[in-house]
Design a protein around this ligand. Sequence first.
Ligand SMILES: Nc1nc2c(ncn2[C@@H]2O[C@H](COP(=O)(O)OP(=O)(O)OP(=O)(O)O)[C@@H](O)[C@H]2O)c(=O)[nH]1
Ligand SMILES: [Mg+2]
Length: 347
Amino acid sequence: MESLVPAWLVPARSQSPTWKSPGSTRIAQHESTRVKRFKQLFGGTSLEESVEKSRGGAFSALRDLFRPGVKLDEDFWEELEDTFIMADVGPYLADELIERARESIAAARLEAAADAHGLVEELLVEQLPAQSDTLRRAEPLTVVLMVGVNGSGKTTMSAKLAHWLQEQGHSCMLAAADTFRAAAIDQLRVWAERVDVPLIAQQPGADPGAVVFDAVDSALARKASHLIVDTAGRLHTKSNLMDELRKVQRIAVSRVGADAIEALLVMDAITGQNVLNQARIFQDAVSLSGLIITKLDSTARGGSVFGIARELQLPIKFVGTGEQLNDMDEFDSTRFVRALLGEPATA
Ligand SMILES: Nc1nc2c(ncn2[C@@H]2O[C@H](COP(=O)(O)OP(=O)(O)OP(=O)(O)O)[C@@H](O)[C@H]2O)c(=O)[nH]1
Ligand SMILES: [Mg+2]
């Protein structure tokens, strides 16, 4: 029987030839108390796994830096900066963080690294834009546009959001505005059936603007609270495709008003620092209201989140942490930073 457990969830050491069935009992044996604690914290089944991975990577070095006995000397600052850069925080931000940490630590007259842990935690939380409501709620309908480059996770996240909204008692619909490939429409159809939400789709090649126009009509007629529009992945350099996105947004705005639009840029955490330029062009095309960072489970460098969010000054609304419906979470800066940094090492 095919395993219900996706491969990425199985710890790497379990994927050996002797490893037979990645069943839940066996996985449970691999769970550290830390993972269990994070499971309690996040109430989900996978964000903690993803964050654990980031902590196992560059961020675990950060945690080690704060162990008892380490002095706040030049070596410490150098190592801290290297660790930030390794974690994909980006060189400029790393530099600035170090400057600010130095100032705060000098002002607080701290000498031991272990005492500086809380301060660095605060500094990292401050880098992330203030939280906003997870999703707008406009009457009678909120239209959620999912935009982004190819393969960033738009379709998967559209389904996850539909499921998330439904679980909260909202009535939601999906619109297949990625009309480039028949497979894209089919992919969303499979998700819509799984989540059990109505899908509005047209033939492959149809005008995405027309799909959105029809979908808004249907959503209003059925009194849905949210319409999630899955758009085609596009490179920011293709101006005709960016114009198409503008048109889709214009149509949605003309039907429900600008305040009822949630335009979310879906970015994957793996691409790191080099997506900033792309993001700016998307922001110009469809005044974005927030970010979704996907694939946090697939990277050991959660630091890119800081650079992306700070540069764009947009709230991170959700994170994707796997390929299954429940592999998502609402973003919370403090919880995210705490999960990355963990408790200071005690030995
Ligand atoms: N590990 C992991 N994989 C993800 C996540 N989100 C999506 N994926 C996978 O990434 C791949 C692309 O996801 P899609 O949702 O199809 O991405 P998309 O942005 O709709 O792609 P296009 O429509 O081709 O632009 C699929 O194999 C997904 O299963 C995530 O949070 N974690
Ligand atoms: Mg897609």
